[in-house]
Design a protein around this ligand. Structure first.
Ligand SMILES: Nc1ncnc2c1ncn2[C@@H]1O[C@H](COP(=O)(O)OP(=O)(O)OP(=O)(O)O)[C@@H](O)[C@H]1O
Ligand SMILES: O=P(O)(O)OC[C@@]1(O)O[C@H](CO)[C@@H](O)[C@@H]1O
Length: 308
């Protein structure tokens, strides 16, 4: 069994810390760092830290793309990227009093390169897992996610989807193994804005009724809710000092998959997932295995009695 992650629009995450950030002024950073990023790439990095072999797929280009390839190689992560003309985007993560993000657009991807990626998806085998994560570069429309999900379905490959907008909406029909919307993305899926726990439960259940196998609605510092046809589990996140929450959601996906492939019971896989998300939020880079293990006992999980 192999896990593949696919990031159509990777990024170099440029994290800039400053005591105060004022628009229209010269601001000086107190600290800057670069990380290989993009949602699927984050999932790959966390899986590797949790000792789960995986292969990262996607498009990279230019010096920023090379940085990603080099960093993943340094971390011994297998990759099978398609190199495209243009530059992989640089996403700015500003850490002032609050976290502000400016994500780039990403390079133009030609039809030839899109086909090359579909060919790679066609090589994935029954029993493997494919994680489709992140936004699409502007030259690729949402039907590309549909094409990949169709290929996966034909081959009985379990699909995990962590994206937003209409690509996420279209994923439901393919009965994915796991969806991980945050509260806002869950609302977007149904064209509503969600303000209460009651609404999260209502719409999370609807996804299960539509055939999605597992749904994790992530709620940042408030934890997460897991939906499955037999059970709904509510997790409180551990308390701690947030250093950089970029990639917390991706770490949840990786944590859940790592525990799942190690055949952990559902509740333990969910605990691992929440601990991984929080361990990332409490770290500058993504979580480490030790960081996840330290938080496991601080994740409180309760069962909602009226299951779906
Ligand atoms: N402030 C926090 N305190 C504790 N845990 C947190 C905090 N923020 C995030 N987490 C953990 O990370 C998980 C995912 O966070 P969140 O809901 O922000 O995901 P997301 O919106 O997908 O984030 P991203 O796109 O940055 O990866 C939460 O369910 C929680 O376990
Ligand atoms: O623009 P997208 O693809 O929606 O999100 C990209 C991104 O914000 O997501 C990751 C965190 O989840 C970061 O590594 C990256 O910069």
């Amino acid at each position: 069994m192999m896990i593949y992650t696919c990031t159509l629009n990777p990024s170099v995450d440029y994290v800039v810390e400053a005591q105060q950030i004022e628009l229209g002024k010269l601001n000086r950073a107190t600290k800057t760092s670069y990380f290989p990023g993009g949602k699927g790439i984050n999932v790959s990095r966390v899986l590797k830290r949790l000792h789960i072999h995986n292969i990262a797929l996607g498009f990279i280009g230019g010096f920023t793309g090379q940085f990603i390839a080099d960093e993943l190689k340094r971390e011994h992560i297998l990759t099978d990227f398609i190199t495209v003309p243009g530059q992989t985007r640089l996403n700015i993560k500003l850490k002032g009093e609050r976290e502000t993000e400016i994500n780039g657009e990403g390079p133009v991807i030609s039809d030839k390169h899109k086909e090359a990626l579909i060919d790679k998806i066609k090589q994935i085998k029954k029993g493997d897992i494919l994680v489709l994560a992140g936004s699409l570069p502007p030259s690729i429309d949402d039907t590309f996610y549909v094409m990949m999900m169709e290929e996966a379905k034909k081959r009985k490959v379990a699909v995990v989807v962590d994206t937003s907008g209409s690509a996420l909406k279209q994923a439901i029909a393919y009965e994915p193994f796991l969806l991980k919307p945050n509260q806002m993305e869950l609302g977007e899926l149904f064209g509503v804005s969600i303000h209460s726990r009651h609404q999260i439960i209502e719409y999370g259940k609807k996804l299960i009724d539509n055939g999605v196998q597992h749904v994790i609605v992530s709620l940042a510092g408030d934890g997460a809710i897991l939906f499955h046809k037999d059970v709904i589990l509510i997790a409180q996140a551990p308390k701690g000092m947030v250093k950089n929450s970029v990639g917390a959601g991706d770490s949840m996906v990786a944590g859940f998959l790592a525990a799942y492939v190690n055949e952990a019971p559902l509740e333990e896989a969910f605990r691992y997932s929440v601990a991984a998300g929080s361990a990332t939020a409490f770290s500058e880079d993504l979580c480490t295995e030790d960081g996840v293990h330290r938080l496991l006992s601080e994740v409180t999980i309760t069962r909602m009695e009226d299951a779906v």
